[in-house]
Design a protein around this ligand. Structure first.
Ligand SMILES: C[S@@+](CC[C@H](N)C(=O)[O-])C[C@H]1O[C@@H](n2cnc3c(N)ncnc32)[C@H](O)[C@@H]1O
Length: 281
């Protein structure tokens, strides 16, 4: 059954156009996913929990949690994007057990089609930056959580292994944003602007706030790869930039990169980390 409740005046960023490349571009190593699944399952605690993931996407988080948890745990994923959830459905098409434990509903995190206190846990990963009235969405997620239920948030960060250098991702993206500002165009996340802002909001409302041990791994990337990623509009914050402004910003970004990092293909070694936060309100 599909329930469409997407009538918010300020629209969230819906990922329909990313469905075909999301897993290739946002994938995490298998051992990292496994650890995320274990950490989240441990934080949920109760084997027969009812868990909601707001903005479930292609199941990058849902599948590891289903894999790590007891067969009694029920996972309900909502998303505004049917193409994203279809990818998830395809992945479990031959796994009857997973299929029976997972329910997917097209819905808006701003107006969840569930009763108050219906869930033992709510998971939110990389979604509140896409929702303009993100505080209202957070309140809505809290509404459907039982008293003393657990709210799980996670985010990634990147650090260059040379202490003096920036990650190509972070440096290039902040340069691109600065170029847009120079062009008088303000590109920012539609919802919460930084992880810090979200963590401060959660901490401010929490009765307990726990940062679980970070999962760390090494990876390499080049500046050219980041440039290609932006040029191919694979970041959602490129989607709303008018085409003429986008093309000019890209031209300036490439000129900056040729000057600042002439060896664009050099592979830089970085430590990436993923951190899960467990919050009770
Ligand atoms: C960056 S993806 C994250 C997916 C998944 N949580 C993960 O970590 O891979 C964000 C997802 O949130 C969805 N989304 C954006 N705004 C939403 C809203 N207001 N309600 C429900 N889903 C939303 C998008 O369509 C997209 O599938």
């Amino acid at each position: 059954m599909l329930i469409d409740t997407h009538d918010a005046p300020e629209r969230s960023i819906v990922f329909d156009q990313a469905a075909d490349y999301y897993d290739q571009t946002r994938g995490l190593p298998a051992h990292v996913l496994e650890q995320i699944g274990q950490l989240m399952t441990g934080a949920i605690g109760k084997p027969a929990a009812r868990v909601l993931e707001a903005g479930v996407g292609t199941g990058r988080i849902a599948l590891p949690v289903l894999g790590a948890s007891s067969d009694e745990l029920k996972y309900i994923g909502i998303d505004l994007s049917v193409p994203m959830m279809r990818k998830l459905q395809e992945k479990i098409a031959h796994d009857q057990k997973a299929e029976s434990r997972l329910q997917l509903i097209q819905a808006d995190a701003m107006r969840l089609p569930f009763a108050d206190k219906a869930f033992d846990a709510v998971i939110e990963v990389h979604v509140l930056q896409l929702i303009p009235r993100w505080r209202a969405a957070l309140k809505e997620m809290r509404r459907v959580m039982r008293t003393n239920g657990v709210f799980l948030h996670a985010h990634a960060s990147d650090q260059h292994n040379d202490a003096e250098a920036w990650s190509p991702w972070i440096e290039t993206r902040s340069r691109w944003r600065a170029i847009l500002r120079e062009m008088n165009y303000h590109s920012d996340w539609a919802g919460v602007k930084t992880d810090r802002e979200l963590l401060d909001a959660l901490r401010g409302e929490a009765s307990t706030f726990e940062e679980l041990p970070a999962i760390r791994w090494t990876h390499t990337d080049s500046f050219r790869r980041v440039l290609r990623f932006i040029a191919a509009k694979q970041f959602s914050d490129t989607w709303r930039v008018p085409e003429d402004i986008f093309l000019e910003s890209l031209r300036r970004l490439e000129a900056w990169m040729q000057e600042a990092h002439p060896d664009m293909d050099r592979e830089h070694s970085m430590t990436r980390s993923y951190t899960v936060f467990s919050v009770r309100f």
